[in-house]
Design a protein around this ligand. Structure first.
Ligand code: SF4
Length: 451
């Protein structure tokens, strides 16, 4: 939020500032809270000075996110004075109040009703008729208009030892399939060209409700990932799956990708490749079969892109286990990879594991890992030179347009630079021929608009 702005002067005591931190899942929570505030007639303003009160939606995943959240709360208190805190860090009520005793209220993740109750307590609902309000049918979105995150569930049934999300967000809680599909349809009707399906564990969608049958478009539909993807695949937009674990049910999605119904893209956070380290991490899925599965998937759908994240320097990781991880990386030839060196998260059970890895060793392993992956990524992107891809335009700036092919998710993967191309706008899809590449990005020239 900026310190000053020229916001509108609609109504008294209805102006709320909002700061959203953290991951796309938190962004979706922010969108829901903002939609409800707008529906009730509050005015959301972009500066601390204009706001009567500020809501900070926090992240508490890793230490740096906790620090950013606490710093932001401090800034909001200093600049505005009236602050409500919600989101993941809100699960640690005591910690927040110890550092910032003056916050008005604290709620945990996805506590939409409680946040609104606290808002009402300090700033009564404006006199407002929701039937004449200008809240768009698809709600308030914080992502650019042409892509949107579609959250299909909250929480997680796993207990990975490095993660505190289940203790903050609870067990898996799948949204009814009718609600998810209706939201997707509203977004598509509002002009969204790409739906990014997110949750903590996308492949587990519906397990908690025993794949309960819901209704959408007058038809019964089971709350299961395959059915969800089949229906999303009929909406005529890009559908991209994030946070998928390699459970057997994922095999059934590959034909949908090969047929072009959903994007041939899987974001699978493998985290490691040594069976012993994965056991210490208590990760779901069976790594022994993973390489075989990847090969089978690629036979069915050769254009499949796999993105993943890994952790190096987990407690007890030996040099040999790290080499096992590098060997996996070389064999799996993943397309997009992120890597973190392990850092203890307050409250995670992995903190009790013996044999922490020395910081310098962790750093060395991280660099070695990234060098191996960079060589893979450079070679893979080079193979694309000369080929034509459909590019979804994200932005147009002084040098030309920047977009993404199906192989790249927004914000985390690479981009395609269409230098000197100005005859496009965000949300357009154009065919482009690739003329250059580096380790992460591509450069291309527009060939024609999408027919
Ligand atoms: S799968 Fe593991 S890392 Fe992911 S949210 Fe669940 S417990 Fe955390």
């Amino acid at each position: 939020m900026s310190k000053t702005s020229n916001s509108s002067e609609i109504g008294n005591n209805t102006k709320i500032g909002f700061v959203s931190l953290g991951c796309p899942k938190n962004l979706v929570d922010s969108e829901r809270i903002l939609t409800q505030l707008k529906t009730e007639g509050y005015d959301v303003v972009p500066s601390y000075d204009d706001a009567e009160m500020v809501i900070v939606n926090t992240c508490g995943f890793i230490d740096s996110a906790v620090k950013e959240s606490l710093d932001t709360i401090g800034e909001a208190l200093a600049e505005n004075g009236k602050v409500l805190v919600t989101g993941c860090l809100g699960a640690k009520d005591d910690e927040i109040k110890e550092i910032h005793p003056n916050v008005l209220g604290v709620t945990g993740p996805h506590a939409y009703d409680e946040v609104l109750e606290q808002v009402h307590q300090y700033m009564p609902k404006p006199k407002h008729d929701p039937f004449i309000s200008l809240v768009p049918d698809h709600g308030i979105k914080l992502t650019p208009k042409h892509f949107a995150y579609l959250k299909i569930s909250e929480g997680c049934n796993h207990r990975c030892t490095f993660c505190i999300i289940p203790s903050m967000r609870g067990d898996l809680d799948s949204r009814p399939i009718g609600d998810v599909l209706s939201e997707a349809k509203r977004l598509v009707n509002a002009g969204v060209k790409e739906l990014l399906v997110i949750s903590q564990d996308t492949s587990a969608y519906g397990v908690d409700v025993k794949y309960r049958t819901g209704f959408w478009d007058g038809m019964p539909v089971k709350a299961r990932l395959l059915e969800l993807c089949e229906h999303l695949g009929k909406m005529g937009v890009w559908v991209r799956l994030h946070y998928v674990y390699p459970y057997p049910n994922v095999d059934k999605l590959i034909p949908l990708m090969a047929e072009g119904k959903i994007l041939p893209y899987l974001d699978i956070p493998f985290q490691h490749a040594s069976p012993r380290i994965l056991k210490l991490m208590k990760r779901p899925g069976n790594i022994e079969k993973t390489l075989e599965r990847i090969q089978n998937w690629r036979k069915i759908c050769p254009e499949l892109i796999i993105r993943s994240t890994f952790i190096v320097g987990f407690p007890g990781e030996t040099e040999q286990e790290f080499e096992e991880l590098l060997e996996f990386l070389r064999e799996a030839q993943l397309d997009r990879v992120g890597c973190f060196s392990y850092s203890p998260v307050d409250g995670a059970t992995a903190n009790e594991l013996p044999d922490p890895v020395d910081e310098a060793v962790k750093q060395h392993r991280l660099e070695k890992f990234m060098a191996v992956q960079e060589a893979i990524s450079t070679a893979k992107l080079k193979q694309k030179i000369g080929q034509e891809f459909l590019v979804l335009i994200d932005e147009v700036h002084a040098d030309g347009a920047v977009g993404r092919t199906y192989a790249d998710a927004p914000e985390i993967d690479g981009v395609v630079h269409l230098t000197d191309e100005f005859d496009v706008k965000p949300g357009d899809k154009v065919w482009a021929q690739i003329i250059h590449s580096d380790a992460h990005d591509l450069w291309g020239v527009k060939v024609e608009d999408e027919q």
